[in-house]
Design a protein around this ligand. Structure first.
Ligand code: ATP
Length: 354
């Protein structure tokens, strides 16, 4: 793991900060937000310079840094440091680079890297969320004990790939890939809402926590193929007879607003998860998402926390119904850049970069 002293040393050699991220996931939003906040931007491209940014000039990075592979990127942090780069991590960045390489990557990263240790391992994630007093789907300890519909998932963010529903042990055996660590949860029936938060350890006004403030920037739900369209073809059992099985691969995101009476609950959950993170590992800094299912008893069950910008925030590049009440036009990407700007002005970069 890169030490705080090493990051401080790298930052000492910087002049104007440049915001960099890998060209994927939520990069349009990150580059656009950084530009609006007056930063220069750098796109890290794997393989070749991507053409698709030419279709979105307001979000095109000022320059590109092309690497052969994520493996190659892990060895080139010093070149990026030579360009004054501060990296903004997103799901693809961390998943493809790999948690260990990411922890050792010698470049200032927005947010607290230590969160990875608590997030990447679903068991530790459960310890954190449960200790925060947030309700989660029940865990089934052994596949032989499956006594109701369950959801089986692997570790790390896979955009839903590989996860499956099993009704019993036989189903489990049929679909499981035993070569990877997995978790079995009860299958919760309800509506899936993804809550976009931003935790600032340095802001002082707003929804205050023991240290800093919490902002609620928006909500989305995901389009997942092919589960979301399966209802059109009838009941699952008949589908299975036809050899059609539900999959959960994310293909897009849909905007939504929450029933207003649920907003206090959403904020309290965010607050508790951040407070516990401060206690456990020094805090989850910047954007994060609680991935929830709301039951017909109006209870939230949190099935996952993503401790960085999630792709659902791409819906709100020009603001959401909630972020508009903080400041019109504030996307999560722009909020990240704003935080870096604020910390830089106050000489507190080491509170938000690790
Ligand atoms: P990412 O990390 O990119 O969010 P992932 O692959 O880690 O994706 P999972 O936790 O596997 O995400 O969940 C994928 C999808 O499965 C969710 O979006 C949701 O539709 C569904 N899901 C997850 N857990 C449950 C559960 N306990 N009950 C019902 N559905 C679930």
């Amino acid at each position: 793991m890169v030490t705080a002293d090493r990051i401080a040393e790298i930052l000492e050699g910087y002049d104007e900060l440049v915001i960099a991220t890998v060209c994927s996931h939520s990069s349009l939003q990150i580059f656009h937000g950084a530009r609006v906040e007056g930063f220069r931007t750098l796109g890290i491209a794997v393989g070749e310079r991507p053409k698709f940014y030419d279709a979105f000039p307001a979000a095109r990075p000022d320059s590109f840094f092309v690497v052969d592979s994520y493996e190659d990127l892990t060895h080139r942090a010093d070149e990026l440091a030579g360009m004054n780069a501060v990296a903004v991590p997103h799901g693809s960045f961390v998943e493809y680079m790999g948690a260990n390489a990411f922890l050792g990557f010698e470049l200032p990263i927005f947010g607290n890297r230590r969160v990875i240790e608590w997030e990447a391992d679903r068991e530790k994630q459960r310890v954190w969320l449960s200790a925060a007093g947030v309700e989660m789907p029940a865990k089934i300890e052994r596949p032989e004990a499956i006594d109701r519909p369950v959801f089986v998932k692997y570790h790390g963010a896979k955009g839903g790939r590989g996860s499956f529903i099993a009704k019993n042990y036989e189903d489990f055996l049929q679909f499981v890939d035993g070569s990877q660590p997995y978790t079995i949860q009860e299958y919760v029936i309800g509506t899936r809402y993804y809550i976009h938060f931003f935790y600032s350890p340095i802001a002082e006004e707003g929804y205050t926590l023991s240290r800093g403030t919490l902002e609620l920037l928006g909500f989305d739900r995901r389009d997942e193929t092919n589960i979301d369209e399966m209802y059109k073809l009838g009941a699952q059992e008949s589908l299975k007879k036809l050899g059609i099985y539900p999959t959960f691969v994310v293909t897009g995101n849909v905007p939504m607003v929450l029933r207003e009476s649920l907003l206090p609950k959403a904020l309290e959950m965010g607050e508790r998860v951040v407070e516990k993170s401060l206690e456990l590992f020094g805090g989850m800094i910047g954007p994060f998402c609680l991935e929830t299912i709301v039951t017909d008893q109006l209870q939230f069950k949190v099935f996952e926390v993503s401790s960085r910008i999630v792709a659902g925030t791409n819906l709100y590049i020009s603001g959401s119904p909630y972020s508009d009440l903080l400041e019109p036009g504030m996307s999560t990407g722009r909020r990240i850049a704003r935080e870096i700007r604020l910390a830089s002005k106050r000489g507190r970069l080491l509170d938000i970069l690790t």
